[in-house]
Ligand binder design. Sequence first.
Ligand code: HEM
Length: 401
Amino acid sequence: MKVNYDILAPIHETTARDRALAELRREAPIQWDPKNEWWLLTRHADVRYVSRHSEIFSSEPKGPWHVFEGHFSMQAMDGAPHLRHRNIVNRGFTPRMVSTLSERALRYADEAIDALDGRHSGDFVTDLAVPVPMRIIADMIGVADGDLQRFREWSDAMIHMSAEGTGPEMRAKSAELVGELSDYIGEKVRERRETPQDDILSRIIEAADEGVLADTPDSINPEDRLNSDEIKDMALFLLIAGNETTRNGISHAMLALLQHPEERARLMADPSLWGTAVDEVLRWSSPVRAMRRVALEDTTLSGQKIREGESVVMVYASANRDEAVFEDPHTFRIDRSPNEHLAMGFGPHFCLGSNLAKMEIRITLERILSRLPNLRLVKGGAPVFTPSALIDGIESLPVEW
Ligand code: HEM
């Protein structure tokens, strides 16, 4: 049966989108979309299976170009090269590093709230969701405090360059700024190589120089070491993967709590609910809406034949509302447990920054709820969503306090 649903169409009215996805899960969970030439996967079990079986479903950009191929670095690699890059970045994410970053996240959240001094309204996204993830990534890749303003312009340009609504002039300007960012990061890589610091970039360079490998330490060979350009791409990828996604996670967390005042009151009364609440925000909002893979061989998925070379799009936004896995999937429940959402992916490409992102969302929201307890939507105000098939983003959210 054919269900009409185009993931590229801008359906931002959540209930309409959810109804369409529920119909797909029920009637056509693996549906061929002839316009975009891909299979659309909407059930949790299929999304999980494809994510886990990277030997059959490749992350490398293949086939005709479309929106899901703007990716590079480890997220677009398979097998041993993927694992090598992943292990290198993983060396940066030590528990001590994440604990240092959580102290900073607390400071940055407080500074963002301090900066509102004297004001009683603003845009939640610009004022409160942007600063923490942006400054944390800046710390990770060694951006000096004095360069923060430029870094903010660069990271916004990075977002504009890949956004679907960006016009040609803005795209050209953004590309120029991203070029500047790339040079800047290249400079940081050179600096850290000469004088390592206590930051993730220095750990990544160390690991890359040592040749951290997929298989065994004895098989290190000089060709496995990454050059400075590859490390620069890795740092740029961390910025893409961890900045906008976490910003959107923070905005979605606030929006969900504004829309569910009873859950917000429970959370404020019992902070021990934060652990489950953050996962519920991620399940509820799926800040990364979908990802793509390409079949490396003819295969069968839940009874449907998929041919070598065909694309499959895993719709996390649908898997995370699958009735077969979640009780009352359309209810936002901050104490939901278990909560096997796929908002951070699954299997070999599972999000490397998952703990970091959850920590940032929690700390930012905790500080906001405690210091601006009466923060509310401006009367008549509404969120503006990002026009994108890939990212479920919030561009602006007018609030007052
Ligand atoms: C709410 C915030 C975030 C969400 C929703 C999110 C979501 C995801 C998803 C769905 C994937 C899997 C992609 C795939 O299977 O193809 C992924 C991978 C990844 N994420 Fe995140 N992410 C978030 C924050 C972060 C942060 C803060 C960082 C680091 C600074 C980060 C770094 C990565 C990396 C490096 C990968 C690639 C892992 C691999 O390919 O092995 N993410 N993320």
